[in-house]
Write a protein that binds this ligand. Structure first.
Ligand code: UD1
Ligand code: MG
Length: 450
């Protein structure tokens, strides 16, 4: 089975500078949802027709072939642009639109099976919708067989009352498709070459055309506007939440939980309200995530607890306790059993096993060993206004409150730093460093001043 995916359209109704098919649903470009569904259905080859914003689409999408439609003259013309790619093909080709992101592999597979079993030349998947506005309407003969598809803009008042619509998903005998495409005209309201016209052309040649109604019309909604985008987002989020719960994860409040399609979560993890799990985030088993936590492209181990925090592009290992109000920035690795508390920021740093950053730290560009205790308000001074430098802290170091470690600097294993120190030189192993002025008390100073 080979697939053509139409993704060259301008997407005018989105009112966007981004090509429509790159708009994301559940954190993943619409087009990628469609490609993944085709692959899951067993497609051996996907040819994506690109045109508007082609360069951007090429940048974001890989693992497919591209055909270029230089001018956007309609869906029929778009398919014709892929003619060369199919010159040696025989058998069935499936056509999908890049703007129907809820389509699933299972749906496509069943659809193709039906098409082939019934020995049809072409089959269109249709849907019964409450609100059919904007879609092509399916007109049937009095005996219920397929007659033609009329686009919304070309439809009469009577035809617009029809609720059965074209989903934009078709299966064709590939040779008959390209043969009939040559006959498609653009004499219609939009002056475009319509792909659905191929169906009536083939019918007039005496070919058998099927029109199958989809069971779940939510799976085939087409996105033409931002309002439809939000509707698709809502449906897919609900599905993702259900998938996650069916895999043994507790979601306290699905309505306020947002999980992107690629996210993976281990069993017995609990997701508290107001949590956003985005991108390629993976979370292990027995974690408690949230409330009010945002994770983007994070790798989180087992038994991690975190609340009211934002973490991105980093790794958090098993049994870490984190939050509230923690910001983990890209390139960080938080080892096992680390505790990170209130108002702490960690950037591009490695924090060793069991170390504690309990309150008010900024740790940037730092390699910290295990068993370290960072006092309240300690800072790695990593930036001199021009360049960034690293701070190296050994194992079992104790840094007193409100200290500055001015990088590049090293604190060796077992060293202690007195509270309020500004450390600019290496602190050797097991030393105590005091880097502040000694206190001076002036007796009776107040009386003398008065
Ligand atoms: C299309 C169908 C309509 C169907 C609906 C389902 C046609 C003429 N109409 O309408 O019957 O109910 O989808 O969602 O086919 N595209 C190109 N090149 C072009 C024009 C479009 O590649 O020149 C691509 C678009 O990127 C999009 C897809 O084809 O992915 C559908 O185009 P769109 O403009 O959204 O068609 P609809 O008006 O939704
Ligand atoms: Mg559309």
């Amino acid at each position: 089975m080979e697939t053509i995916i139409l993704a060259a359209g301008k997407g005018t109704r989105m009112k966007s500078n981004l090509p429509k098919v790159l708009h994301k649903v559940c954190g993943k470009p619409m087009l990628l949802h469609v490609i993944d569904a085709a692959k899951a259905a067993g497609s051996s080859r996907e040819v994506v027709v690109i045109g508007s914003g082609a360069e951007l689409v090429r940048e974001k999408i890989s693992g497919v072939e591209f055909a270029v439609q230089t001018e956007q003259l309609g869906t029929g013309h778009a398919v014709l642009s892929a003619k060369e790619n199919f010159k040696n093909s025989t058998g069935s080709v499936i056509i999908l639109c890049g703007d129907t992101p809820l389509v699933t592999g299972e749906l496509i597979k069943n659809f193709v099976e039906l098409h082939e079993k019934s020995k049809l030349s072409a089959t269109v998947l249709t849907a019964e919708l409450e609100n059919a506005d904007g879609y092509g309407r399916v007109i049937r003969e009095s005996d219920g067989t397929f007659k033609k598809i009329v686009e919304h803009k070309d439809a009469t008042e009577e035809e617009r009352k029809i609720r059965e619509v074209n989903t934009g998903i078709y299966c064709f005998d590939v040779r008959k498709l390209f043969d009939a495409l040559a006959e498609v005209k653009n004499e219609n309201a939009q002056g475009e070459y319509y792909l659905p016209d191929v169906l009536s052309i083939l019918k007039s040649r005496g070919e058998k055309i099927g029109a199958i109604v989809v069971e779940d019309e939510n799976l085939t909604i087409g996105i033409n506007s931002r309002v439809q985008l939000a509707a698709a987002e809502k449906i897919l989020r609900q599905k993702k939440n259900i998938e996650v719960m069916e895999n043994g994860v507790t979601i306290i409040d699905p309505a306020s939980t947002f999980i992107d399609s690629e996210v993976k979560i281990g069993r017995d993890t609990i997701i508290y309200p107001g949590t956003y799990l985005e991108g390629k985030t993976t979370i292990g088993e027995n974690c408690e995530i949230g409330p009010n936590t945002r994770l983007v492209d994070m790798k989180v181990g087992n038994g991690v607890q975190m609340q009211f925090s934002y973490c991105h592009e980093s790794e958090i290992c098993d049994d870490v306790i984190l939050g509230p109000y923690v910001h983990i920035r890209p390139g960080s690795k938080i080892s096992r059993k680390v505790k990170i508390g209130n108002f702490v920021e960690v950037k591009n740093s490695n924090i060793g096993e069991g170390s504690k950053l309990p309150h008010l730290q900024y740790i940037g560009d730092c390699d910290m060993g295990s068993g370290v205790n960072m006092g309240c308000g300690t800072i790695t001074v990593n930036y001199d206004g021009k360049k960034k430098f690293r701070t190296v802290i050994g194992d079992n170091v104790f840094v007193g409150c409100n200290s500055n470690l001015v990088a590049p600097v090293e604190v060796e294993n077992g060293a202690y730093i007195a509270a309020g120190s500004t450390i600019t030189d290496k602190v050797p192993e097991n030393n105590l460093a005091i880097a502040r002025a000694r206190q001076v008390n002036k007796p009776d100073w107040k009386d003398k001043r008065d």
